[in-house]
Design a protein around this ligand. Structure first.
Ligand code: MN
Length: 384
């Protein structure tokens, strides 16, 4: 008995990158997420797997924008029309935090073949040729642990597949996301009893061999520059008797170009600009997101290279971010982290001069950022 299926995750539909205040950039980035999800569904329709699974954070928030709701519906309908069953669990981003709000997932269950788990409980489902075990995101950590402790394989005659959206108790990445809960160490042994454990929450593909066929498929599109260093994609899995094969498939995503020039204090302006030119290499990067970081910049030469100098080399790109890190510092200041170009950053930079007192300004900055965050996220508190 051979099973072949696709596992994808963390598509974060409806994510809008507010680090750019340019509406066309926000729109382009939002559309990127729809395109990559459509590409996964294209692949599914072409290759006709037995089923498709998604391990949570399909949407970026519990109340997605209409466009995200519609785009999701289109893709679910395509799968449904092609007769490919779809199984999904809710993640910490798309499950409502309050008990009296209904989950958006419910509407997609109207598509034949579409089964979504958002009930904050561990459950199993006999799918005929295999047993599906689903552990959607659970808001309260004690309940989460109680449900994890119920996980058990009882029928070994069929392949068993477990879906979870959480962190594994290994600290591999500095980007490791908070908010999804952590799988308890003393329960790890059970994972080996599964033919496949499909994980969501971490955005980088990772097959955690030592726990068994335990695999993060990674997300389908980047949501910040911390994700620039790895490919995005999905996973194709086959279970042939007791043999599980895991194949990562790379997705074509928008180019995210991080350029770092080290030791600028000992380089001339021309050296630095040449180094950047060598990397962009006269290619067309008009659709790319480009981030240029100059490290070890001498205080007295801080204004020697300006954004316009960089723009002259790169030409127009979708987003150009430019940071300078002063000698003796290890990172750009928080307010400069995204390239120093956001609306709130510019506002704060302008207002900075009006605050002779550093402490007072810090307090003001903190409150302003909190307020701004609340306005743009509408519902505050739903991040991670
Ligand atoms: Mn998550």
């Amino acid at each position: 008995m051979k099973l072949r299926f696709i596992h994808f995750s963390d598509s974060h539909l409806g994510f809008v990158d507010y680090t750019s205040d340019d509406f066309s950039v926000q729109k382009a980035r939002e559309d990127d997420a729809y395109k990559t999800v459509a590409a996964v569904i294209d692949h599914a329709i072409e290759t006709k797997p037995d089923f498709v699974i998604h391990t949570g954070d399909f949407f970026h928030r519990p109340s997605p924008y209409n466009k995200a709701i519609i785009e999701a519906g289109k893709q679910f309908k395509r799968l449904s029309d092609a007769g490919i069953p779809f199984y999904m669990i809710a993640g910490n981003h798309d499950l409502p935090k309050s008990e009296d709000t209904r989950a958006i997932h419910e509407i997609y269950e109207m598509f034949p073949g579409c089964k979504i788990f958002y009930d904050q409980k561990y459950s199993t489902l006999d799918c005929g040729s295999f047993i599906l075990h689903a552990l959607p995101h659970i808001n309260f950590s004690q309940n989460h642990l109680d449900e994890i402790n119920k996980i058990a394989v009882t029928d070994t005659k069929k392949p068993n597949i477990l879906l979870m959206h959480l962190s594994m108790p290994v600290s591999i990445y500095k980007e490791e996301e908070p908010g999804g809960g952590i799988f308890p160490v003393d329960k790890l042994a059970i994972l080996k009893e599964f033919n496949y454990v499909a994980l969501g929450h971490w955005h980088r593909f990772n097959h955690l061999n030592k726990y068994g066929n335990v695999c993060y498929s990674g997300s389908t599109e980047r949501i910040n520059s911390g994700e620039a260093d790895h490919n995005k994609g999905f996973v194709e899995v086959t279970i042939d008797d007791n043999e599980t094969t895991i194949n990562f498939k790379k997705l074509e995503t928008r180019e995210y170009l991080n350029i770092t020039v080290d030791g600028c204090s000992s380089k001339t302006k021309q050296n630095i600009l040449d180094e950047i030119s060598a990397i962009t290499g006269g290619r067309d990067i008009s659709e790319a997101i480009v981030r240029v970081v100059l490290k070890n910049v001498k205080d007295t030469r801080y204004y020697e290279i300006m954004r316009d100098d960089i723009h002259e080399i790169t030409g127009d790109c979708l987003v150009l971010r430019f940071n300078k890190i002063l000698e003796g510092q290890t990172s750009v200041e928080d307010r400069d982290n995204q390239g120093g170009e956001s609306l709130v950053d510019r506002l704060l930079a302008d207002l900075r001069a009006g605050f002779p007192d550093e402490e007072e300004f810090k307090k003001f900055e903190e409150i302003t950022k909190e307020l701004f965050e609340e306005i743009i996220t509408q519902d505050g508190g739903n991040d991670n």
